[in-house]
Write a protein that binds this ligand. Structure first.
Ligand SMILES: *Cc1c(COP(=O)(O)O)cnc(C)c1O
Length: 235
């Protein structure tokens, strides 16, 4: 019941932030981040109408995907964690989206390993927008080169950009990073017209309002849906 209520609250907040930004509420989708959470929690969210879920750890994600496949439950699975090149095959074979693409080599491998009977893997380029200490994401100047590389790979479909800005409670700092992302997103759309570049994944439990104000089309929410995470059982 808690998860269902939390989801209702989040969806209400999304609508409200969209209204404030004079955006259509259907222009922002919700990714439920279920890392470290059991399949029973995912099932509760699914039964409350949630369709897209995000996982950070390959092995954990694949186990959950297989569980729901066996139940014949159709979920849209997004990989949102750092990916080592020796684990690309599992992502290519099991996930629907890969949001943290930041290297040509990983793109090439995912393309080679994507089963041909499946739809192309939807990918987002991860931009390192403000967190200098983070190893994840490329610098904004590198975006177009990586995008060109991806556009030549038939089993990947470039859908847009993703970022995890350095956490801050300062609203103007949040907005600065998100506005930069929106600019890059527009640049990417203009560089590749007539393609399906429609997704700007940014905003988490603590900065969702700013992200939506600045043009996010997908917010990734974990804690506010499932409660605090317990990492004790994680590798
Ligand atoms: C964990 C995680 C989230 C969700 O964070 P919350 O603060 O729990 O909402 C979103 N995006 C990514 C990439 C994450 O790893």
């Amino acid at each position: 019941m808690q998860i269902k209520n939390n989801l209702a609250t989040i969806n209400q907040q999304i609508s409200q932030y969209c209204e404030l930004a004079q955006r259509n509420s259907s222009s922002v989708s919700l990714l439920a981040v279920s890392k470290t959470k059991p399949v029973t929690d995912i099932l509760a969210a699914y039964q409350a109408g949630q369709i897209a879920f995000g996982e950070n750890y390959v092995q954990e994600g694949v186990e959950k995907i297989q569980y729901f496949n066996e139940q014949n439950i159709q979920i849209e699975w997004h990989f949102i964690g750092p990916l080592q090149s020796n684990k690309t095959k599992l992502v290519a074979e099991h996930f629907d989206w890969m949001q943290t693409l930041d290297r040509e080599k990983i793109a090439t491998r995912l393309n080679e390993q994507r089963p041909h009977y499946k739809q192309p893997l939807n990918v987002l380029i991860q931009i390192n927008i403000s967190d200098e200490s983070s190893k994840s994401g490329i610098q904004p100047e590198e975006m177009l080169n990586l995008a060109k590389h991806i556009q030549n790979l038939p089993h990947l479909r470039l859908r847009g950009l993703m970022a995890i800005p350095a956490p801050t409670e300062d609203i103007s700092e949040q907005e600065q990073a998100f506005n930069q992302m929106k600019q890059l997103f527009t640049e990417l759309q203009q560089a590749f017209p007539n393609t399906q570049i429609d997704t700007l994944s940014m905003g988490m439990s603590d900065d969702m309002a700013s992200a939506i104000k600045c043009g996010s089309t997908m917010v990734r929410i974990g804690t506010a849906i499932f409660g605090k995470r317990d990492y004790a059982n994680q590798p």
